[in-house]
Design a protein around this ligand. Sequence first.
Ligand code: NAD
Length: 441
Amino acid sequence: MENIAVIGAGYVGLVTSACFADLGNKVCCLDIDAERIYNLKQAVMPIYEPGLAEMVQRHVQAARLRFTTDYKDALEDAKFAFIAVGTPEGVDGEADLQYVRQAATSIAKAMKAPLVIVNKSTVPVGTGDWVANIVRDNQPKVIDFSVVSCPEFLREGSALQDFMNPHRTVLGSLDADAADRVAQLHLPLRAPIMVTDLRTAEMIKYASNAFLATRISFINEIASICEDLGADIKEVAVGMGYDPRIGPGFLDAGIGYGGSCFPKDVKALAHMASARGKHPQLLRSVMDINADARMKVLAKLQETLGMDLSGKVIGLLGLAFKPNTDDMRDAPSIDIASALVQSGTEVRAYDPVAIPAAQKLMPEIHYVENAYELASGCDALVVVTEWNEFKQLDLERILGAMRGNVLIDGRNIYTTNELQAQGFIYRGIGRGYDGISETPK
Ligand code: NAD
């Protein structure tokens, strides 16, 4: 059992806090957002993540987990301080480190005993050394500390599962003893633990995210070619995935990646390269293809409804950047809705959990309470997020409620034959035989 402070009560910080408490540690989770901490103390979660509320509540009741806004309180007995604050996109795609700087400064001022500072935020290579300098410069008196990089690989929507069953734990430090102590905390997770230097650990996170984003843009490029040549990208991906050198993961063609990590991390890596005179042409193509993938929806609507979309009613099935989360950061739905509004359409939307977050970003959209209400009066529906509930809709009822019969499947959750047989004009992504044998409603 260790005493751990977690700085930041967002997706990563809250999950880290709840899971370390679940592993038997005493955890104090701190955030500067007083309202967020007040709500957490009343068991109100600031985010939607399956299983999180129950786990938090259980460990608060067992006095293994508590919340505070006070750094001195959080660090009182802590041997470890995990930094899990946001590192959003800044100017020119560079990662904005203002929150990391504030956290490191506050830790330096509040710490009273030796501390291992563990950075979980995704930060540019070299940030660990920079954090160490900030702490050193801001300590009122000299107290021993070490900085360890421990990048987080969890995915929103399955964050608890991912935290508890990681494929690997990466630790970066020049202090072998500090790295070993952080490794001990992760031993119960029974995953391989790789210890390397700080900069290499920081790069592993960016390289991993950039590689996954590259796979998505790669399959989207192949999907685009499939559309012209009559091949089916879903089958192509299955056939490719059998090869162990390729593997089946991250080969889902669609409207591209979004969310709080891939877009900003690919940009930040490209910025790191450009700032050092490199020409990150692969990363730039990955970003270009992803931007195009989002706009495919508009082209498919124009192909099926006519070039002039003004006056058409379009319903978006899903808003969150992926299922099982309410995270709207850089969600493709934002670009798609904005393009549709600009082309004069009336945009309606339904998402099982992301509507409150979406309303703040897109007040101009009309939100409804379920998929059937959404379908009512629509000329076309667009699958934006592959929520499970959309895979089991009563399609006859949906079609009956619609004014038109166009369905653009941005996540390839349906099969062409099935939808055409129901009477839809169906367009998936990368399905070269779409459009054969269909009739307008
Ligand atoms: P988030 O925006 O959900 O949460 C960040 C929290 O930090 C907010 O609650 C904010 O109030 C708080 N904060 C900001 N400054 C602070 C300070 N000085 N002291 C205390 N709290 C402060 O962010 P997130 O999605 O949890 O991401 C955190 C980091 O983890 C980012 O670097 C991100 O790239 C990385 N990451 C995120 C995910 C993910 O799926 N969200 C996965 C892996 C890694």
